[in-house]
Write a protein that binds this ligand. Structure first.
Ligand code: NDP
Length: 444
């Protein structure tokens, strides 16, 4: 059996009931076969792949808090510190009822390669809890965040591990967590990113993932002789990534006709009204039915369905495994030319293969959504310098980073004879840097 197959089999055996983690490891290792086969003996002797797929540290802890009725609630907290070969662990905190160890491990594993691709000195980690901020009062969210940070604060720090936002963790949650960290540690340091502007946050961090996604897509389209103006774009999600992806796509002259949330989706042939979407989702924290109620051109449908709308570009920006094989078939039938992932692993393996086989340009999230973590790293730099850069300065650095990522993954794919296969390109480009740092640091 090849070394890659051996390690995939071991991961499945040693990490039962963690299908998302198996899926992420399989996707990465499968696409690295070419590189690994060239060094198989050395890598096997050093157990390089076993070390790469095993987190350096995994923390699981109790998070007790008191709800507004005086009832004690207990959630589970996680932090997986996956790989620190190229810098302090960096990755978001996901607050969602679906969170479990396998999901945090898949996200942490992906983060290692994504962070490497940014070209910045950040290792990979991820955290979260099965706590659901939806429907909770501000006081309940604060009680949870303070309890979560009381435990987590023992293991993180500006030079050790710097968490950030993710699904369910926005500015409010980061604020409560930062306040509790500062109180416990008596240190005012850049221990979290995604902070508010009045206490060390970076301009353009809120927009970074969505904007970065479009900067990369624009560069890719340009390199394939296409421009964004006049393109029809289909987006899923209605959260942080989706909102700013829609905004930037529209600034570039494209028309975005869909968005979705966990209960339904909007088709708006006039183009999504971003200000209204922000009002509904960011201010009122309401369902998309309220968007449809306020806009005549919009049609709301319960359930899922955005991928059935004919488009030039599709941007899945909600969550993992939301673009399935039948969706991929609909996209191809509808004339879609490019799919770039705003979310982490939104496309299943068979859907990815189908898109690639049918000539759709496909960019995996670890490359196309890396703008968020890249700007988080820029926030860390500003915190260390005790300076704040202007919006334009951060945005222009972000744009350069995304353009570089595109060319890095494109070149890596070409180098190994897989031109246009950005999954292979992203995994190889991310892997090479991490492995070189791991080798230099000995068996640790
Ligand atoms: P948000 O919580 O702001 O938004 C998530 C959106 O996806 C919401 O519209 C939500 O619907 C929808 N959603 C969540 N879970 C499901 C589900 N199970 N089924 C259908 N829809 C769902 O998160 P973000 O926008 O920050 O993150 C979106 C994705 O992007 C995630 O995969 C995240 O890991 C990834 N990402 C985020 C980055 C960032 O900087 N924020 C950086 C890189 C990646 P509802 O409104 O109903 O909750």
């Amino acid at each position: 059996m090849s070394y890659v197959d051996e390690v995939i089999a071991q991961v499945i055996e040693k990490n039962p009931s963690q299908p998302e983690f198996h899926q992420a490891v399989k996707e990465v290792l499968d696409s690295l076969r070419l590189v690994i086969e060239q060094n198989e003996d050395a890598y096997r002797k050093d157990a390089l792949l076993e070390r790469l797929v095993t987190p350096e540290r995994q923390l699981i802890f109790r998070v007790p808090w008191v709800d507004d009725k005086g009832q004690v609630q207990v959630n589970t907290g996680y932090r997986v510190q996956f790989n620190s070969a190229i810098g302090p662990y960096k990755g978001g905190i996901r607050l969602h009822p679906s969170v479990n160890l396998g999901i945090i491990k898949f996200l942490g594993f992906e983060q290692v390669f994504k962070n490497s691709l940014t070209g910045l000195p950040i290792g990979g980690g991820k955290g979260g809890s099965d706590f659901d901020p939806k429907g909770k009062s501000d006081r309940e969210v604060m009680a949870f965040c303070q309890s979560f940070m009381t435990e987590l604060s023992k293991y993180i720090g500006a030079d050790t591990d710097v968490p950030a936002g993710d699904i369910g963790t926005g500015a409010r949650e980061i604020g409560y967590m930062f306040g509790q960290y500062k109180r416990l540690q008596n240190r005012y340091e850049g221990v979290l990113t995604g902070k508010g502007l009045s206490y060390g946050g970076s301009l353009a961090r809120t927009e970074a993932t969505g904007y970065g996604l479009l900067y990369l897509v624009e560069e890719m389209m340009k390199c394939h002789g296409e421009e964004m103006t006049g393109k029809t774009v289909v987006v899923s999600g209605a959260g942080n990534v989706a909102i700013y992806a829609i905004q930037k796509a529209q600034q570039m002259g494209a028309k975005v006709v869909t968005c979705s949330d966990s209960t339904g989706w909007i088709y708006d042939p006039e183009g999504i009204d971003v200000d209204l979407l922000k009002e509904v989702k960011e201010v009122r924290r309401a369902r998309l039915t309220e968007y449809a109620a306020a806009r005549e051109s919009a049609v709301y449908t319960q359930g899922r369905g955005v991928w059935a709308i004919p488009c030039d570009i599709a941007l899945p920006c909600a969550t993992q495994n939301e673009l399935l094989i039948d969706d991929a078939k609909q996209l191809v039938a509808g004339g879609c030319k490019a799919v770039a992932e705003g979310a982490n692993m939104p496309t299943t393996l068979d859907a990815t293969a189908y898109l690639q086989e049918n000539g759709v340009l496909f960019v995996p999230g670890k490359a196309s959504n890396a703008g968020g973590v890249a700007t988080s790293a820029l926030e860390m730099t500003q915190n260390s310098e005790r300076l704040s850069w202007s919006f334009e300065e951060v945005d222009s650095k972000l744009q350069n980073i995304m353009i570089n990522i595109y060319h890095n993954i494109d070149n890596a794919a070409k180098k190994y004879g897989k031109e246009g296969n950005y999954v292979v390109g992203a995994n190889i480009a991310g892997f090479e840097k991490v492995v070189s740092a791991m080798n230099a640091q000995g068996i640790v």
